[in-house]
Design a protein around this ligand. Structure first.
Ligand SMILES: Cc1ncc(COP(=O)(O)O)c(C=O)c1O
Length: 402
């Protein structure tokens, strides 16, 4: 009997579940799933614990605890210079994942075209399907100078003509910057082009900015701050990546009053509200988190250099990420020596043969061929975890000399 509804049947079990199972079976160092192997900051945890002890355990307000909405509005104003009404324009959700679902279900009608970049975060396509949207993909491509055994600073890129064709007639574009899994941070020029096309074709922009605080010497530009875009952008983000608290699932959507009504129309029936004590913890993070974020960024910046150099020394072609905590690399030369073909086979064999788990990115492409030669590693790990992964991976052998 087919138990899964037709609209979700094509998506199966996420690749993270399969790779985590393989990592556990082979006691592999898990560089597959994107969460830290260290804890978030004590001052945030203490604020949540104090809230529980103080009896803050009943339903939160549907749109978010008033103090959290206020803290998010203050932060938004200091980051963008734009004032927002905390109780009208901000909705607190259960992670960015729920914000994505609430936005799709709230603003998209069946049959609407939604443009997204491939590779995409896996929930985009599934929530687009739940909303009955027609997805249309624009491909992010590795830089042409990507070579085995080298690290390139050149970024991923996309074809502007492809974007222009996709945007004509679309209802919305989903933009993720900094981008998982490529580590690309969309440049101001790229975002200005997207903004121009949004205005030209009357397209809404939904931005997923969960890695907004994790950029390395590259500016994170918020699409909502470009001229004319605050009226048509829904900015989504969350606490998890910035504060190493991925399990807390506190997210938010910031937008106009009209678009806010649409997001809330879905949010109220998806989760209604998000865990009260964790929202109280989130206030501490937002109001007092800057020193923590600065040191986390420095830690990840070193981890990024270390993993990039390690992978290149083994024969991977590495694109230095400008943001996030992921590295995308070309594995062709390494998999040739291993005698395997394609990213899925490469990632299935890596835990058993070398004791390290990674993610095959082809599952994040509409056309899996576009991701076949690539592999994603997460570097949001303790230094000793990354050193252990490097020690194990060295069994692959050094990159052959050119
Ligand atoms: C691009 C992107 N968006 C959203 C999420 C989910 O965010 P949250 O944990 O806040 O639901 C992730 C988590 O991996 C992500 O990489």
């Amino acid at each position: 009997m087919d138990t899964v509804a037709a609209r979700l049947a094509p998506f199966g079990t996420t690749i993270f579940t399969e790779m985590t199972r393989l990592a556990q079976r082979h006691r592999a160092v898990n560089l597959a799933q994107g969460f830290p192997d260290f804890d978030g900051p004590d001052f945030v945890k203490d604020a949540a614990i104090d809230a529980i002890r103080a009896g803050r355990s009943q339903y939160a307000r549907m749109i978010g605890d008033p103090a959290l909405n206020a803290a998010l509005a203050t932060r938004w104003q200091s980051l963008t210079g734009h004032a927002v009404d905390p109780d009208i324009q901000i909705t607190v959700t259960s992670g960015c994942t729920e914000a994505i679902a609430a936005t799709m279900l709230g603003v998209i009608n069946p049959g609407d075209r939604v443009v997204m970049f491939e590779p995409f975060y896996d929930s985009y396509r599934a929530t687009a399907a739940m909303a009955g949207a027609q997805p249309r993909f624009v491909t992010l491509r590795p830089p042409p100078n990507l070579r085995a055994g080298e690290v390139t600073d050149s970024p991923f890129w996309f074809d502007m003509g492809e974007l222009e064709r996709a945007m004509a007639g679309a209802r919305a574009i989903l933009v993720n910057t900094p981008h998982n899994p490529t580590g690309h941070v969309l440049s101001r020029d790229e975002l200005e082009r997207i903004a121009f096309l949004c205005a030209k074709h009357n397209v809404l922009a939904i931005t997923d900015e969960v890695y907004e605080d994790l950029t390395y010497a590259h500016e994170h530009v918020r699409l909502a701050t470009l001229p004319g875009m605050s009226e048509r952008t829904i900015t989504l983000s969350s606490l998890g990546k910035t504060f190493s608290l991925t399990g807390w699932k506190i997210g938010w959507a910031i937008t106009t009053p009209e678009l806010s009504r649409a997001v809330r129309a879905a949010h109220q029936f998806l989760t209604f509200a998000t865990a009260t004590p964790l929202q109280i913890g989130a206030i501490a993070a937002i109001e007092r988190g800057t020193p923590y974020v600065t040191s986390l960024r420095a830690q990840f910046s070193e981890a990024r250099e270390f993993l990039a150099a390690t992978l290149a020394s083994l024969g991977f072609g590495v694109v230095m990420p400008r943001g996030t905590y992921f590295i995308m690399a070309d594995h062709s030369e390494v998999s040739r020596r291993m005698g395997v073909a394609g990213d899925v086979e490469f990632c299935r064999q890596l835990p058993e043969r070398f004791g390290v788990a990674a993610i095959p990115p082809s599952v994040f492409f509409d056309n899996p061929e576009h991701g076949r030669s690539l592999v994603r590693f997460a570097f949001c790990k303790k230094r000793e975890t990354l050193e252990e992964a490097a020690r194990r991976l060295r069994a692959i052998g050094p990159a052959p000399r050119a």
